[in-house]
Design a binder for this molecule. Structure first.
Ligand code: PMP
Length: 774
């Protein structure tokens, strides 16, 4: 880069009007009065002619070499040619046809002097900007960037401290910031810039940019429309995103809603020029760097040019306030918000109250969690965010098994959707690969796969196959099981039976509850004794006989139980002895949640006749599957097609494959084991001080905390469990309750859950339990 005197170090020009009048007359052929306009390092005058015309006379800082002045002049011509509707000044040549003249000042320095068209309009205060004006500010910044896209000039490697890409050069200036807390804040922002932005910036798309899209340089007319862009003095070759960062930092400083307003401006910008992912992810850091420049350069200049102090400090308090509000909101929260806004997908922001009412009217039977339902607009990892960017720690959802909005799953879905989304009656690799991948994780006897859309559908299909294969008609499920929503699976879901409802073809067995049930963990053979209930249940089915026993191996709806491995083995043995099949429903417990294997039944060493996969399978994209022994399929008549339109479509399969990849590549089974046991130990410690915790159980990242009113009688503390969940929700932590008495706190977070997040949950649970004792 060419070594140049930084114009900030060079005093601004101070030519007298009397000296400029003859220049105006002799070189530009104009007579008129000169009215001084503000300028940071140039001298600007409005020229008013007697016949009412206006021009701008610009005396550049001598630090701006000839080639810099030439660059500015040719850039204006370039912009005019590319987008004539952009309101930029036109350069007016001298009477001799030169683009400018050079004048020697009384100080002996050489000053370039130019005449330009004058743009009428006024500057506006940040606080006066309407939403529309902010949006159009973003748009015009993007339009100017587009107009400059093909522009080149050798002087574009111009170096100026305001240039965001040089933010690290601000460090020495921080010695002029005397408030230690402020200086520390600026250092934090620069450290962040150094770590996050500096390594990536050289790879971002770059071009010549305006670089100073501030409120001083953008003029508005009386209808609040932008009618002028002036001052190309900071133009340089720089990452394109810096132009938007400067606009956000300098235009919105001073507004109490600066962060929200930034999203509006970003929305305007990306409606013209979409930002690339890396640009979007860095935007907040670039904004902060520009705010640091404002504060640091001001501190430095105040001492250096006291005469100019009034001008140079004007934006500084507002910049400080903007930095404060970014830090108060959380720098990463702001970063994500900006990144989200870059997607140009403004999420819906109906007022929560009216949304609730509209929902109740339009979807009267759709249940909602919580007394004050949580309104969510996005998620990331183990975090969920409401429209105000308040974050919630997700300790509940197993669907986003690899973390909310995991980029690999998102990319796989988007890319496949772009290529092909059709039904599975055509040849396509994805469904075959998915079936093969699932089979490879299962006992070899489970050699056939059917891909469907939901856990209910898979369980429903399993029921049809079981009835056809066994030619029997009865089912056994646990006493508070849930297996689905369809007619057939509702019958298999006592959790959802209405009062008095009991389908005649379904019998129940008690879940293997070793805490409060008939047999306790302390007793030898307790699990097998529970399994023996299968015989009683089959007896109750009478002549229907047993087609299938359905089991969620972690008994999630029943209250979360992990019985000894002998339990499932014994259930399988007895079911088969009655001629029935065993269906392992892995919809809740599968996909690595147990921390021991991909499928929770594997611990017990059984080989189920069918295995059902659902919820987490697509990390939120609807996809489910059934693995089955192929000889059972033979019982379904040939002429009956086992096909579902969306089942196994390429997009769903792409999601399911990406989920399997991420679980493997990120070691999530291992993480579930490690963080799960850490959390379980923490919960057990809480139980030592809080008598309301009767039992802590589960494995991996599926944990239950059973609350009781009395540890001796084990009376379920149903009301208190509900209150704890509500209180945690108020504190930004989401979990659920389960079990027939709804007194078991259900902890089932995404498998990317971290130790610190476990700590956050434990700390809050502890405080909530302590407060409820008072
Ligand atoms: N089986 C189990 C164990 C479940 O938890 C659920 C859903 N909660 C289902 C089946 C039904 O799955 P879906 O809601 O996708 O139909």
């Amino acid at each position: 880069m060419a070594e140049r005197l930084d114009p900030l170090i060079s005093p601004p020009p101070d030519l007298r009007q009397e000296a400029l009048q003859p220049i105006l007359r002799n070189s530009f052929g104009l007579e008129g009065s000169l009215i001084a306009l503000p300028g940071e390092r140039d001298q600007n005058f409005r020229v008013d002619t007697a016949d009412g015309r206006h021009y701008l006379l610009k005396v550049s800082n001598p630090a701006d070499s000839r080639s810099v002045v030439e660059m500015q002049t040719t850039a204006l011509g370039h912009v005019e040619r590319v987008d004539a509707s952009l309101p930029v000044m036109r350069n007016l040549p001298t009477t001799g046809g030169e683009p400018w003249i050079e004048v020697t000042g009384p100080d002996g320095r050489i000053y370039p002097v130019r005449l330009l068209t004058f743009l009428p309009g006024r500057v506006t205060a940040a606080t006066a900007l309407t939403v529309e004006a902010i949006r159009s500010f973003g748009q015009i910044t993007a339009r100017l960037g587009r107009a400059l896209r093909g522009f080149f000039h050798p002087a574009a490697d111009y170096e100026i401290l305001w240039d965001v890409k040089h933010a690290l050069k601000l460090r020495p200036l921080l010695t002029h910031v005397f408030d230690p807390a402020r200086r520390a804040q600026l250092e934090r922002a620069l450290d962040r810039f150094e770590a996050r932005a500096a390594p990536v910036l050289p790879g971002l798309r770059a071009q010549v940019i305006h670089g100073d899209m501030t409120l001083d340089n953008v003029l508005f007319n009386d209808a609040d429309r932008i009618c002028g862009i002036v001052d190309f003095g900071d133009m340089a070759h720089a990452p394109l995103a810096c132009d938007l960062a400067v606009a956000i930092a300098s235009v919105l400083s001073g507004r109490a809603d600066a962060i929200d307003a930034a999203r509006t401006m970003i929305g305007g910008y990306v409606s013209v020029t979409p930002l690339e992912d890396e640009e979007a992810d860095l935007l907040a850091d670039l904004v902060m760097a520009r705010l640091v420049a404002e504060v640091a350069i001001t501190a430095w200049r105040v001492g250096r040019y006291p005469g100019h102090a009034a001008y140079s400090v004007s934006g500084e308090p507002a910049a400080r306030a903007f930095l404060d509000s970014i830090e108060a909101t959380g720098t990463d929260v702001v970063r994500r918000g900006f990144r989200e806004a870059c997607r140009g997908l403004p999420y819906r922001r109906a007022a929560a109250e009216s949304l609730l009412q509209r929902r109740a009217r339009a979807l009267p039977r759709s249940p909602l969690f919580y007394e004050h339902p949580v309104h969510l607009v996005r998620g990331e990892g183990s975090w969920l965010f409401d429209p105000d960017d308040r974050r919630y720690l997700d300790c509940y959802n197993n669907v986003p098994v690899v973390g909310h909005s995991h980029p690999r799953v998102v990319r796989a879905v988007a890319e496949q959707q772009r290529l092909l989304a059709t039904n599975s009656r055509y040849l396509h690799e994805a469904i075959v690969e998915l079936a093969e991948r699932l089979k490879a994780t299962l006992p070899p006897c489970l050699d056939a796969v059917l891909v469907v859309n939901s856990g209910s559908e898979a369980n429903d299909l399993a029921w049809r196959i079981a009835c056809a294969a066994t030619e029997l008609a009865g089912a056994v499920v646990t006493a508070f099981a849930y297996h689905g929503l369809t007619h057939a699976t509702h019958a298999l879901s006592p959790e959802e039976w209405a009062k008095g409802e009991r389908p005649a073809h379904v019998a129940t067995v008690p879940a293997p509850d070793g805490y409060r049930g008939a047999y306790r963990r302390e007793e030898i053979g307790w699990a097998e004794r529970y399994a023996a209930h299968v015989d009683d249940a089959v007896q109750a089915l009478g002549g229907l006989g047993l087609a299938a026993v359905y089991m969620d191996p972690a008994f999630t709806a029943d209250g979360i139980f992990i019985p000894a491995p002998g339990y499932l083995r014994e259930v399988a043995r007895r079911a088969r002895a009655h001629g029935g099949l065993l269906v392992a429903d892995e919809v809740q417990a599968g996909h690595g949640r147990s921390g021991t294997a991909l499928w929770s039944f594997q611990d017990s060493g059984i080989e189920p006749d069918m295995v059902v996969f659902g919820k987490p399978m697509g990390n939120g994209f609807p996809v489910a599957a059934l693995a089955v022994r192929s000889q059972l399929l033979g019982a379904v008549p040939e002429e009956t097609e086992l096909f579902s339109t969306f089942g196994g479509n390429p997009v769903a399969c792409a999601a399911a494959l990406a989920v399997l990849d991420v679980i493997e590549d990120e070691g999530l089974v291992h993480n579930a084991a490690g963080v799960g046991s850490y959390l379980r130990e923490g919960l057990a410690k809480l139980a030592e001080c809080h008598a309301v915790i009767g039992d802590v159980r589960g494995e991996g990242l599926l944990l239950g905390v059973e609350l009781v009113d009395d540890r001796v009688t084990r009376a379920p503390a149903t009301i208190q469990a509900g209150r704890v969940a509500e209180a945690l929700r108020q504190r930004g932590i989401l979990l659920g309750t389960t079990g027939p008495a709804r007194n078991v706190l259900k902890i089932r977070p995404p498998l990317v859950f971290q130790h610190e997040q476990a700590d956050l949950l434990l700390r809050n649970l502890e405080e909530v339990l302590a407060a409820s004792r008072r």
